[in-house]
Design a protein around this ligand. Structure first.
Ligand SMILES: Nc1ncnc2c1ncn2[C@@H]1O[C@H](COP(=O)(O)OP(=O)(O)O)[C@@H](O)[C@H]1O
Ligand SMILES: [Mg+2]
Length: 238
């Protein structure tokens, strides 16, 4: 299998501080892969480099066999690699509908935009009910759904999700993970970053464990979940 996304020898520094210290990872078409690890391990840094928001100090990133590590975030997104950033970053002064339309920016066919909107509202009925509402007035969970809905409006080939469950009440966390399962059922390709390792491993095919900028362990999600070191460090010893 050729990987849809392949990262090799990736190093990312903030000034003199090396945050990601030479990691390799791959995501195949239709796979849900999670990147787990403690706060500060380098998960967001890795995602930001993949989506072009940060320049790698060394290493290569290829998407569909093409090198993307020198491309702008805009061009990377246009190739179908779309990130839902940590903290959501929706446009709070705009309506739900306007936010979703922004996701399809550049799509000339109104019919296609309409079709994707219908899809998004089907996936997120709460957003449908609130389509005219200003996004800043949505609850945290609804804002997360909007951020994911907006990413899907771009018809991505692959989604990068950074901590979709962060800051949400348990019930909404479950809802977000059910949604990820639904996207998985649609054979979408997802790289999922989560501190909630239990849930991330439950919905993933494979996983990588990142520890202070290095991959400590990787493999099928069930195998990673059963690893004693992972159990002790990330899964609360259950
Ligand atoms: N903008 C930044 N400037 C300097 N250091 C940063 C910046 N962002 C993150 N870091 C540092 O890089 C490391 C990895 O951070 P991050 O990728 O955000 O971790 P995670 O997403 O796994 O919690 C941490 O030590 C963090 O303090
Ligand atoms: Mg992070």
């Amino acid at each position: 299998m050729t990987a849809l996304l392949a990262v090799k020898g990736l190093e990312i520094a903030y000034g003199k501080i090396l945050a990601v210290k030479g990691i390799d990872l791959e995501v195949g078409e239709g796979e849900v892969v999670s990147l787990i690890g403690a706060n500060g391990a380098g998960k967001s840094t890795t995602l930001r480099a993949i989506s072009g928001l940060l320049r790698a100090r060394a290493g290569t990133i290829s998407f569909e066999g093409r090198a993307i590590e020198r491309l702008s975030p805009h061009r990377i997104a246009r190739q179908g690699l779309v990130q839902v950033p940590e903290g959501r970053q929706i446009f709070i002064d705009m309506s739900v509908l306007e936010n979703l339309r922004m996701g399809a920016y550049g799509e000339p066919s109104r019919a296609r935009v309409k079709q994707r909107l219908d899809q998004a509202f089907d996936l997120f009925p709460r957003l449908a009910e609130r389509r005219q509402q200003v996004a800043g007035l949505l609850s945290g969970g609804e804002q997360q759904m909007l951020a994911m809905g907006r990413a899907l409006m771009a018809e991505p080939r692959m989604l990068l999700l950074d901590e979709p469950s962060m800051g949400l009440a348990p019930l909404l966390v479950d809802e977000i993970f059910e949604l990820i399962l639904r996207l998985k059922g649609e054979k979408r390709t997802i790289l999922l970053v989560e501190q909630n390792a239990n849930l991330a491993l439950e919905v993933s095919d494979r996983a990588y464990v990142l520890e202070t900028g290095r991959i400590r362990l990787s493999g099928p999600a069930a195998k990673v979940a059963a690893d004693p070191a992972v159990l002790a460090a990330y899964l609360g010893g259950h």
